[in-house]
Design a protein around this ligand. Structure first.
Ligand code: SF4
Length: 470
């Protein structure tokens, strides 16, 4: 049993990172079904595709409901309190299934919550119906953890709290046949004071460029039309591995492979160079969509958050992207109510939002994450004031998001059609180059194609359009 150790997880010893190959020939899943539920970010979505890939490889078959499953895996997120609550809420449902429908059901926890000492101690002592816990650094070991549980009937906790390795070749069962996630860098060393990620995902470690490029060439051969390069902080790509090869170089090399659409997420303004802006602006197949988290517009709060850039730095970068990248869409993340945030500080945030007029924003009220430096800071903003600021911020954000969408009415845009529309089954839906969701009047055989669409109506969070034959 290996329990998570937050003290260990904080360390950055700069030891050499091990680059290893996945190697499992375990085949014990015949006639068994699995159900995977994913919480949190795109990194977790892609990790769930790896979990499914390993289970398929082992002989398991995917099912879409926990009631029909022999094994249920929750791939968890630790970024905010409500993510926790959702997971523990659903664990109650699984306990009921285990007590009433299938007493042999195996329940497992993966993802960022498995790296949290307090959570895993609680699971070990209180939630004994949970059969195994597998950490983020040893996901490639998942099958042998499950096998040991099945053979010994003893609950398994295998969580490693060191900087982490890079494991290539883990089987992947992708959710989409057209758009693919591709990890380029794992972990984060920024240590923003409110964030748990540097402790749950380990040190910043880049994949080798040849492994990334090989994966993308294979995806293109398989007919994929879009790849999204993933990392907690993609702009730091290569810094830990190469002297002069970074995200700008990688984007150019990926662009040369010729896949129609290339995206990347998540960015950090601090590592975002002009060279990267120039590559985005000059490459047709690098999509003009950038998610550029601001978090706060106040230099005082940015310092307390350890974001390492100022309001002025951020606006300078924003203006450069707006100027150089034609038709760019820019979205952001903002936290309100951080300890020490005064009304004046909040007005600084609104000032940046009014200057940037974002296409959209993910907005949050500060909630302390245990074991982060910000959790030790004295809370100065009441819940009531946090909600008031969140409300005022969302009003402005939605106004600009609506205006940005309204500007597209009557225009013809290119969309990658990914599925039938959730809103109207007679329609299909897809995404513009700017990552805007469009519900499209058109035949279902458009799915899996990049097509022209005339935008007929714009709402705050989506567009309506009609398919335009070439
Ligand atoms: S950059 Fe900051 S907010 Fe983003 S993952 Fe790293 S520590 Fe967290």
């Amino acid at each position: 049993m290996k329990m998570p150790d937050m003290k260990q997880a904080r360390k950055r010893t700069n030891n050499n990172i091990n680059y290893t190959k996945y190697d499992s020939n375990l085949k014990f899943g015949k006639n068994k079904k699995y159900f995977v539920r994913t919480y949190g970010c795109q990194m977790n979505e892609h990790d769930s595709e790896k979990i499914k890939g390993m289970l398929n490889d082992c002989g398991f078959i995917e099912t879409q409901s926990a009631e029909n499953a022999d094994i249920v895996i929750l791939n968890t997120c630790a970024i905010r309190e409500n993510a926790h609550d959702k997971v523990f809420g659903y664990l109650g449902v699984l306990k009921h299934i285990k007590d009433t429908i299938n007493k042999d059901l195996l329940i497992g926890i993966c993802g960022c919550m498995s790296q949290e000492e307090v959570v895993v101690n609680e699971i070990k002592n209180k939630y004994k119906y949970i059969d195994f816990v597998c950490g983020t650094h040893n996901l490639d070991n998942l099958l042998s953890i499950i096998k040991t549980k099945m053979d010994t009937k003893k609950n398994q906790i295998e969580v490693l709290s060191y900087e982490g390795d890079v494991v290539e070749g883990i089987p992947v069962s992708r959710d989409s046949k057209y758009s693919a996630w591709v990890d380029i860098i794992y972990g984060c060393d920024k240590f923003c004071t409110y964030c748990i990620v540097p402790y749950t995902r380990g040190m910043q470690r880049s994949r080798k460029k040849e492994d990334i490029l090989e994966e993308i060439k294979t995806l293109k051969e398989k007919g994929y039309l879009e790849v999204t390069l993933l990392g907690q902080n993609v702009n730091a790509y290569g810094k830990d591995l190469y002297d002069n090869y970074n995200l700008a170089n990688l984007l150019s090399d990926v662009s040369d492979i010729g896949i129609p659409r290339i995206r990347f997420v998540t960015s950090h303004p601090w590592d975002f160079t002009e060279e990267m802006v120039d590559v985005i602006a000059s490459r047709e197949n690098v999509m003009p969509y950038i998610h550029l988290p601001l978090q706060s517009g106040s230099n005082k709060i940015l310092k307390l958050m350890n974001r390492r850039y100022t309001k002025e730095d951020y606006l300078k970068l924003y203006d450069s992207i707006r100027t150089k990248v034609k038709n760019a869409s820019i979205t952001t993340d903002i936290i309100v109510g951080f300890p020490g945030e005064s009304e004046e500080d909040f007005m600084e945030t609104l000032d940046v939002v009014n200057k940037c007029k974002y296409d959209g924003a993910f907005t949050f009220a500060f909630s302390p994450r245990e074991n982060t430096p910000a959790a030790l800071m004295k809370e100065t903003v009441s819940e009531e004031d946090k909600m008031d600021r969140l409300h005022r911020l969302n009003e402005i954000v939605n106004k600009y998001s609506n205006e940005a969408n309204k500007r597209l009415e009557g225009q013809i845009v290119k969309c990658l059609v990914t599925s039938l529309s959730d809103k109207d089954k007679n329609k299909v839906c897809g995404y513009t180059e700017n990552m805007k969701l469009v519900n499209i009047e058109g035949p279902s055989d458009l799915i899996g194609n990049i097509v022209k669409v005339k935008i007929t109506d714009a709402k705050s969070f989506s567009l309506d359009g009609i398919y335009v034959k070439d």
